[in-house]
Write a protein that binds this ligand. Structure first.
Ligand SMILES: [Zn+2]
Ligand SMILES: [Zn+2]
Length: 94
C-alpha cells in the first residue's frame, strides 16, 4: 500500500509488528512500514538505552512511534515526525 499522507495526526496504539532489523556494534536499527499510514519508518536503539540491554535484545519488545516524515496535520508544537501511531516490535537481537 502507498503512504497515505492525507491522514490526520492521531495518537493510536497498534499491535506488534514485524520489522526488519539491522544489528551493528552498539546499536540496532529497526525499519518497516507504519501500520497506520504505511509510510516507511525506522528507529535506532543504542546500547544503554533504558529497557534495551545489549546481552538481551532477543525477545525484547521495543516501542516505536511513526516517524515517516510526512506532516499529517500535526499540531505545531508536536515533536513527533509521523502520523502518531505507535506499536511494538519484538527484537531478534544481534
Ligand atoms: Zn504513520
Ligand atoms: Zn505517514
Amino acid at each position: 500500500m502507498p503512504h497515505d499522507e492525507s491522514l490526520s495526526y492521531l495518537e493510536k496504539e497498534y499491535g506488534p509488528q514485524t520489522f526488519t532489523e539491522d544489528a551493528e556494534e552498539g546499536k540496532i536499527t529497526v525499519t518497516g512500514e507504519c501500520p497506520r499510514c504505511k509510510g516507511e519508518t525506522s528507529k535506532t536503539f543504542r546500547v544503554g538505552q533504558p529497557g534495551i540491554d545489549k546481552a538481551a535484545w532477543a525477545g525484547k519488545p521495543a516501542t516505536m512511534i511513526c516517524a515517516c516524515g510526512a506532516t499529517h496535520d500535526r499540531p505545531g508544537d508536536s515533536d513527533e515526525a509521523g502520523c502518531g501511531a505507535y506499536w511494538t516490535v519484538m527484537l531478534q537481537g544481534g
